[in-house]
Write a protein that binds this ligand. Structure first.
Ligand SMILES: *[C@@H]1O[C@H](CO)[C@@H](O)[C@H](O)[C@H]1NC(C)=O
Ligand SMILES: *[C@@H]1O[C@H](CO)[C@@H](O)[C@H](O)[C@H]1NC(C)=O
Ligand SMILES: *[C@@H]1O[C@H](CO)[C@@H](O)[C@H](O)[C@H]1NC(C)=O
Ligand SMILES: *[C@@H]1O[C@H](CO)[C@@H](O)[C@H](O)[C@H]1NC(C)=O
Length: 371
């Protein structure tokens, strides 16, 4: 029902030639803060509201951010960092943490999900890997004790490298050595009805093999796509193929009842000389085309009726991130609020006191040709 109303609105929006409310643009964004030059959270709240971005993912439970977003109606995924996963295996500590960091904000800040750890299974820390599920269970039990389990999901975000096989999508499977962890984790998701989150970057595949991976295919540009020989489903972009290989891997472990969501995806606008493809044009195409698909409520070939659910990485360029140049250049915005490239997202970083005028132009997101 909701989907149908959205489609109708979208059609009206496409053909009316007017700026209509973006009721359906449920894009999420990762609000990373590994930087020393970001605007204060109160101004970021204004920026996101002017962009009509209604879902934000944090890597921690930053009290300054959660306080600044009180009563904004923006929905939050908050996180427990890998360094705190082992603490959370203690259910008393988990409950204390929830009482301090989650409960006080509900319902004025909509915290709907907690990620325990990030890309834990591709770390080399076996203690961390073993602690992940117990920590998730303990946080879940603490939510139950506080009566919050129906409004807050407990999950974790994976690297796509947990797949042993991802091509074709119908052959997707998890790495053999991770099966002992993933099997009980899937039972947890199934039991608690929480989503399976994956950080997926077609950019990495392109960077590794620019001569064999088609740029059109990774950037959602028109191309003939790839047909899965087992299902005959045609994939016109790599991200959808990646999502469907995760669904297949989960099915291979006996579950058909778990939602797959993309907790991170993005494209860097700048990189080192060996980081092929990291340009503003490519980043604009990837993110611009992705936003258009999200606005269309598109599903993947395997799950056409389940709209893709995606958090773009990231809101800002983060100047203190270690590693290669691309790591510091995934942002849609510079810290001063100006867009790094034009995909029609014109937000407005207002001065702290003055009132806010809406600057987002939803039509541009759909109609602008991203060259
Ligand atoms: C932003 O989205 C909300 C609901 O998601 C809607 O009520 C509001 O009118 C939208 N505003 C614009 C300008 O699109
Ligand atoms: C998480 O770990 C950091 C660093 O060890 C520590 O300062 C912080 O208090 C921990 N937070 C929780 C909730 O345990
Ligand atoms: C884990 O160890 C392997 C082999 O020693 C190494 O190639 C890989 O980069 C390491 N991964 C991480 C996340 O440290
Ligand atoms: C929790 O996750 C499930 C499965 O993806 C979803 O249907 C539900 O809406 C989520 N709950 C909240 C509060 O977001």
């Amino acid at each position: 029902m909701a989907v149908r109303i959205c489609r109708l609105l979208l059609l009206f929006w496409l053909f009316s030639g007017q700026v209509l409310q973006i009721l359906c643009l449920t894009i999420g964004i990762n609000y990373g803060q590994i930087a020393n030059n970001l605007p204060p959270p109160t101004r970021v709240a204004g920026l996101l509201q002017s962009l009509n971005i209604s879902r934000v993912k944090l890597y921690d439970a930053d009290q300054n951010v959660l306080s600044a977003f009180l009563n904004t109606n923006i929905e939050f995924i908050i996180g427990i960092g890998n360094e705190n996963v082992s603490t959370m295996t203690d259910s008393t500590k988990a409950q204390v943490w929830l009482q301090q960091h989650v409960q006080p904000y509900i319902p004025h800040t909509r915290i709907t999900c907690i990620t325990i750890g990030n890309e834990v299974f591709t770390s080399n820390d076996t203690v961390l890997k073993s602690n992940l599920l117990p920590a998730m269970q303990s946080v879940y039990q603490a939510l139950v004790a506080l009566g919050l389990d129906k409004q807050v999901n407990v999950t974790t975000a994976h690297s796509l490298d947990i797949l042993g096989n991802s091509y074709p999508p119908s052959s997707g499977s998890f790495r053999q050595d991770l099966a002992e962890y993933i099997h009980p984790l899937l039972n947890f998701h199934s039991m608690t009805k929480s989503p399976f989150l994956v950080n997926a970057y077609p950019y990495f595949a392109y960077k590794a093999n620019p001569n064999t991976v088609s740029l059109e295919y990774v950037l959602f540009q028109p191309n003939s796509g790839i047909t899965d020989p087992n299902t005959n489903l045609n994939y016109d972009n790599m991200l959808y193929a990646q999502i469907d290989s995760v669904y297949t891997a989960i099915q291979g472990m006996g579950h058909t009842d778990i939602d797959v969501r993309i907790s991170e995806t993005g494209w860097p606008s700048k990189g080192d000389p060996d980081e092929v493809g990291a340009t503003p044009d490519n980043a604009a195409m990837y993110n611009g085309n992705l936003l258009r698909r999200i606005a269309m409520n598109q599903g993947t070939p395997l799950k056409p009726s389940v709209p893709i659910d995606i958090y773009v990485f990231a809101l800002f360029n983060e100047d203190l991130k270690p590693g290669s140049t691309s790591e510091r250049n995934y942002g849609l915005f510079y810290p001063d609020g100006t867009p790094v490239y034009n995909i029609g997202l014109h937000g407005y970083l207002r001065p702290m006191s003055s009132s806010c005028k809406l600057m987002a132009n939803p039509l541009e997101i759909l109609n602008s040709e991203v060259r």
